[in-house]
Design a protein around this ligand. Sequence first.
Ligand code: FRU
Length: 325
Amino acid sequence: VGEKTQFTIAFSQCIGDDAWRETMLDEMKRELSFYPNIEFIYRDASGDNQKQIQHIRELLEQNIDLLVVSPNEAEPLTPIVDSVFHKNIPVIVTDRKTSSGLYNAYVGADNVAIGRLAGQFIVHTLKGHGQVGIVTGLKGTSASIERKKGLLDALDSAGTVRLGIEIRSNWERQNAYEQAKHHIDQFLQQDIILAFNDQMAFGVIQALREAGENHKRVIGVDALSGKGNGLSEIAKGRLFASMLYPTGGTEAIRTAVAILQRKPYKRDNILGTVVINQDNAGLMMLQSNKIQEQQKDIDKRQELIVEQNKIYRDQQTTLNVLITS
Ligand code: FRU
């Protein structure tokens, strides 16, 4: 029996229409363009657990060779993702996790470490004293649970910075804005605010501005490059800081390819993080612009190769026709 050469990778995304996840998908597609033998099926569950469960059920009927999944909320998605694993279809979880730990590989940053880093940065910024308000993400997402755990670890070991107001949001700017507006008096009393992603931080900043407060220190997570995203908002001095949270799109596909080609791969692929603030945002922007330029160049070359291959195949067909006629 010959080795299998054609593969289908399915990607079940919890929510598709935010800049961070669009970046993740772009990275995946770029990496996939090097593997014309891989078919890619993409499903966006729009933040709906039931829809994501349904998507994975449908994907199972399509004879996929591997599933990449970013589970919307951990508990509800666990049984269906486990069932994929039990069918011996390799599973890569990315960014968010299920609650069972049944997967072949995880690709993403360590969210406990991110929370801890944010906590240490806050303790350092407040010189050890004060009150921090927090805005957490959607209740059942592992990223939110883990970030909070890391934050509390750091605050506990410092012992002097208190947790102030805590708002449970859903990762989205508008919801964080509305809730911050609703509790604005308490938000105004915090010495610093940590929102568990930049989008929610932007919502909080907007509510504070509408209350006439333009200088409150608000921190986020993601530090995504691109217009209007975390990195440039830090450089402009609007967002105080953010913990870099790489999307891992490239690494997810590389891991998938290694699994399919039966090459060695790591179970835990932990992507690095770092605090971005006014001191290094400019440098990070320069670097990311440079990388984007290089990537455009790679894309162009890649298109050329595809075109050349097509011309070559067309010529082969013509040649065959000539020979056989
Ligand atoms: C994007 C996002 C990020 C956050 C991550 C957590 O959908 O909300 O902003 O860091 O998901 O899973």
